[in-house]
Design a protein around this ligand. Structure first.
Ligand SMILES: [Zn+2]
Length: 157
């Protein structure tokens, strides 16, 4: 995936949604805008923020740094705006990034997760992914499906 994000804490929910569709989305919980800008520049990340001050910064107005001013306070509309603005629609790669810590997931065999997931899940699922940082195991269960459906709605919104 080419595009990486840094999500300001005023638009924080976007981080999880973007991870869900496979984007590296760092959540910025610091207070200092300058730190966020420095990280964005150093790591080549697009800033997502609701703060108009950031949009007036020279690095942004000159185009050195890409930033998107998020208009809505509803996460569905926010997501729609990001997808539309950057034309992300064709690049979804769900199930590749940990929703909690933004790390790329690693594929795991059924055998490897036998004692790590509930027996019912072990029996009914065939594909498993693990986060190398928090060791959470992901599978395409009902929770995942519900989230994907919600996401589809955002996109059409
Ligand atoms: Zn994790």
């Amino acid at each position: 995936m080419g595009i990486k994000f840094i999500v300001d804490n005023n638009a924080g929910k976007l981080a999880k949604w973007l991870r869900m569709i496979g984007y590296d989305a760092l959540f910025f919980d610091g207070r200092n805008d300058a730190d966020m800008i420095a990280t964005a520049l150093a790591e080549g990340r697009v800033i997502l923020t609701r703060d108009t001050q950031i949009m007036r910064r020279r690095v942004v107005t000159t185009g050195q740094l890409e930033a998107i001013l998020i208009k809505s306070d509803e996460s569905e509309l926010q997501m729609h705006q990001v997808v539309e603005t950057l034309n992300l629609e064709r690049q979804f790669k769900p199930f590749t990034i940990c929703l909690e810590c933004n790390q790329p997931l690693m594929e795991r065999s059924k055998k490897q997760v036998k004692d790590l997931v509930p027996p019912y899940v072990f029996q009914t699922q065939s594909q498993f992914m693990e986060c190398p940082a928090c060791h959470r195991i992901y599978w395409r269960g009902t929770h995942w499906q519900a989230m994907t459906e919600k996401l589809q709605k955002f996109m059409k919104g």
